[in-house]
Ligand binder design. Structure first.
Ligand SMILES: O=C(O)CCC(=O)C(=O)O
Length: 278
């Protein structure tokens, strides 16, 4: 379980360092399933991430299972309480030798959620070292609130519009989080973070799962978004609940996925910072 010391670090620093989650057998199984469904897929024109890497828990039973992993949900519950929804998920793949990077950003910039109590669990399915472009955080940066971002037209940036924190960042104060396969870290929706290119020969895979407590709502647009209830009750009814994909029901899963992402894109038309999917 998450300790009081780690919860204190989350409050003060905005993140909890990598800690064990999956067994080696689970890690190998999720990695194989993830690679089969998310590596060799085309990107749509103008998108920085292929469709299958966004909200994969609506398409693939393995991903639906991972976001509901009981041990993971116990840790999430310690951070945000007992009523838990999955709001978003991205599969972050950096091939060996890839120049792809993630610019300095805050996850909350793109989501339009109130209050800012979303937490991202980043689950490593491979090692993620400095050489491989691991996550780096500025401790305490979440306490500054939402800061200004700007778009950058650069194909190597993995965020949908290359969104980058406007001001110069103090790289010297950044903390790198290195992961063993099967470990998980947690970061606050306003924690400023980045990641560099993969200078190794190995593929780096992490899955960023965005969890919210049921009392959080999507406040800034008239579009009603969807989310998946994974523990407790949807007691405030702020989101339409998404169905879980079943084996053999691929067409229904694809339709649910298209509906959820379509709503997200429509909402993004109302929020300048949220025109793309992160
Ligand atoms: O995987 C990465 O390098 C970046 C992930 C990220 O920005 C996130 O999960 O919020």
């Amino acid at each position: 379980m998450i300790s009081q010391r780690e919860l204190g670090q989350y409050r003060d620093n905005g993140f909890i360092r990598p800690r064990p989650l999956l067994t080696p057998a689970e890690t190998a199984r999720y990695r194989a399933a993830c690679e089969a469904s998310c590596v060799a897929v085309e990107r749509k024109p103008g998108r920085r991430q292929s469709n299958n890497r966004v909200k994969p828990y609506l398409l693939f039973p393995w991903a639906a299972e991972l976001v509901r992993h009981p041990k993971l949900l116990d840790m999430v519950e310690a951070v945000i309480g007992p009523d838990i929804l999955v709001f978003h998920t991205t599969v972050w793949i950096k091939e060996g030798g890839s120049d792809s990077t993630v610019p300095w950003h805050q996850d909350g910039t793109y989501f339009g959620l109130e209050p800012h109590e979303q937490v991202t669990a980043w689950v490593a399915l491979t090692p993620s070292t400095r050489e491989m472009g691991c996550l780096r955080f500025l401790p305490g940066s979440h306490l500054e609130g939402q800061v200004q971002h700007r778009d950058r037209d650069d194909e190597t940036l993995m965020l949908s519009r290359g969104q980058t924190i406007q001001r110069e960042m103090d790289e010297a104060g950044a903390v790198a989080l290195e992961f063993e396969p099967g470990e998980v870290s947690f970061h606050h929706t306003l924690a400023m973070h980045t990641s560099g290119p993969n200078r190794s020969t190995g593929r780096r895979i992490g899955i960023g799962i965005s969890y919210i407590p049921a009392y959080v709502r999507h406040a800034l647009t008239p579009v009603r978004l969807s989310a998946s209830l994974v523990r407790g009750r949807n007691r405030y009814d702020h989101f339409d609940l998404e169905p879980r994909p079943e084996p053999g029901e691929e067409a229904a899963a694809a339709a649910a996925h298209a509906d959820s992402i379509g709503r997200f894109w429509r909402a993004s038309g109302h929020i300048p910072e949220m025109r793309g999917i992160h």
